[in-house]
Design a protein around this ligand. Sequence first.
Ligand SMILES: O=C(O)CCC(=O)C(=O)O
Length: 250
Amino acid sequence: MLDNDIKKYREEINTKGFVRIPEAISKELIEYCIEDIQKATDIDTYYDQNGFLRRIEKLYDKGQSLINLNNDITKILSIIFGFDFVIFKDKYNAKPPNGEGFFAHYDGVFYFINESNKQERGWYKYTDYFMNVLIALDKCDEENGTIELSCAHKGGFDKLLQNTKKNGTPDIIESVEKQLIFESVELNVGDVVIFSNTCPHRSSKNTSDKSRRTLYYTYTKQLEGSYYDQYFLDKKNSKNKSSKSLSGEK
Ligand SMILES: O=C(O)CCC(=O)C(=O)O
C-alpha cells in the first residue's frame, strides 16, 4: 500500500467507520483460500430458512492459504490503525442464488443467556472495540446482494441496544433504519471492506444465478489477548437460538 493510500484509508475509516480497499488480496490467494474452505473439517455450518448453505464458522486457520490470508489482513489492519489486531471470530458467508439477505443490524449488540442462565452483553462481554473485515471471494454487486453500510454510530452497548429489536439479535428497529443512508459497496474478487461493528449494515437476497461468497472476519486489539476460543465456547453454550446465524430477507 502506498503512503498516500494509507492516509486516505485512515481518514475514511475515522470519518465514516468503514473503508473499501481495492485489490487488497491477490486473486490467486483467494482461489487457494476457496480450495481450503472446500476441504475444511471441524467447522460449524449453518443453513438459511430455505435450506441453502448460509454460513461456515471456525475456518480462518484451516489450511495454509487461509492462514496466509489472515496474516495479510492483520498486516493491513496494523498499517492502517497503527496497532495490532487478533482474530475474534470468523465466518464464510455463502449466499448462493436465492440465498437470504441480512436485516439491518449492528454486530455484537444483543443479550444472550449463558449456560448458567445469566444474561450476557453480546460481544461486549469481552471488550468494546471490534473491527470487521469482509473479503470478496466473488464479485459482489446489488444483484447478488452485496453489503450495504451506513456510517458508524457512536456509543457503547447500552446506547446502541436502544436502536435494536432486543430479541436476542442485533437487528435494528425499522424507525431507526428508515432514517439511515446506506451505501451499497460493490466489490471485485480480492477487494476488502473494513468496518466498525457499530456501522449499521444489511444486504438483500441473491437474485442472480451465481453465488456471492465472502469471508467475514472480526478482529479485536491484540494487546487485550485473544477471545476467539471463549467466544465460540459461549456461542455453543448460549441458550439463545435466534442469534446464532442471523436470519434475513427470504
Ligand atoms: O455481507 C452480507 O451479506 C452481510 C453479512 C452480515 O451482515 C453478517 O454476516 O453479519
